[in-house]
Design a protein. Sequence first.
Length: 419
Amino acid sequence: MDHFQLKDGVLHAEDVALSDIAEQVGTPVYVYSRATLERHARVFREGLKDAGKIHLAFAVKSNPNLAVLKILANQGYGADVVSGGELERALAAGMKADDIVFSGVGKSRAELTLGLDKGIGQFNLESEEEGQMLAEIAASRGENASATLRVNPDVDAGTHAKISTGKAENKFGVAIDVAPDIFARLSKLEGLNLRGVAVHIGSQLQNLDPLEKCYTRMGQLLSDLRSAGHAITHVDLGGGLGVPYKPEENPPSPADYGAMVARVTEGWDVTLMFEPGRVIAGNSGVMMTQVIRIKPGVNSDFVIVDAAMNDLMRPAIYDAWHHFEAVQPTGDSMTASIVGPICESSDIFAKEREVDRVQTDDLGIFRTAGAYGATMANTYNSRPLVPEVLVDGDKYAVVAERIEPSTIMAAEHVPDWLK
Ligand SMILES: *Cc1c(COP(=O)(O)O)cnc(C)c1O
C-alpha cells in the first residue's frame, strides 16, 4: 500500500496535489512519501517478528537521498553501503557507525581504511584477497575488524540477468564449496574478527523458492563451519525481496518472507542481518513528468514527455516496466508509446501500451520509482540532474535540488593550451 492516490480527480502524494509540486518545483521530479517509507520499514520489521535477534540495514544504493536515509535511521535501520560515498551518506544521515555494513566486490584500500576510521559494524568480504587486505590494514592499526564472508550459493534467483548475483558465474562472493577452506584461512589472520557469513542472490525476487534454497544452503554451511570449530554469531541474509511494478503482480509479502526465514533459520542461534532496499523504497516514490507533445506514429502515437532515460534508467537497462498514470485522469485511455527527448532508441518508458489519455502539457507519473530511480540518474544529453521532493502530510520539501547544466559546466575546464 502506498500514499499516491486520487483525491478530487487529482493524484496526490499524501495530502499534497502532485500538480502543486509540478507548479512549484517543475518537472521531471521524483516525489517520495514519508508515510509510505515509514510504513514499509515497519511492515518489513514486523514480518521478521518470529526470526529472533535481527539487524536491519537499508540498502543505501536503492535510494541514497539524505532525507530518505534519515527517515530510515529514525525507524531504527542501519545501512548496507557499497562505497565510501554511501558510507559518508549513512553517517551524515545519522546512522550509527556500528549499524553499518560494508558490502561490495571492489572495496579499495582507501575504502577499507575509511570503514575502519569510522568504526563501522561489519565488512562483508567478497574474496579471500579482500580479507587479507582488510586484516593487514586493521592489524597495522592494532585493530580487529568485524567481518563476514560473502558466499555465492549458486542459486538462480529467477530474476532479470542484470540483477542476479548468486549464480556460480557471477562476480559476487566466494563459491559455497570453497567457503569453508577460505573461512578457515581468514579466521586465523590477525586483525580480523571473522564472525559469520553473508549472502545476497539478486533483486526483485518474485518468489520465495530461490531464497529458501539459498538460506537452506547457508544453514548447512553454518553447521559445517561450527563443526570445524568456528564461532559464528552473525548471518547476513541480504536483500532482494521484489515489489509489484504492475498492478497485477503479487510478489511475496514481508510477512510471507519473514515466516519462511523464521522456519528455515530456526535453531541457528545467530543475529540475522537483512539488507532490504527495493521493498522499502520502491513504492514510496514516483517520478512525475509533463507531456511535451503528441507525435503520430506508425503503430501508435508517441507521447513525448520531459523525463528521459537519464532520469529513470530502469526501462533502458533492465527492460523494466513502470506503470504510467495521468495526474488528472479524464477516464479515457489511449494506446501510445511514451518516450523521452533523448537521442537514443532505448529512451522509451512504455511501448504501445494502453494508458490514461494525455495531451500536451498534461502531467503524468511513473510509479514505483523510489528505488533505483533518482540514484541512477545522470545528465546525458546535458540535461539537468533530476530533483527530488519529500512529502509529509500536507507539507513537502525539495530534498535534492535540480542541478543545472551551468553548474556542471562550472566543474569543467578548458586547458590554457587550447585557448
Ligand atoms: C543491491 C543489494 C541489496 C539490496 O537489494 P534489494 O533488491 O534492493 O533489496 C542488498 N545487499 C546487497 C549486497 C546488494 O548489493
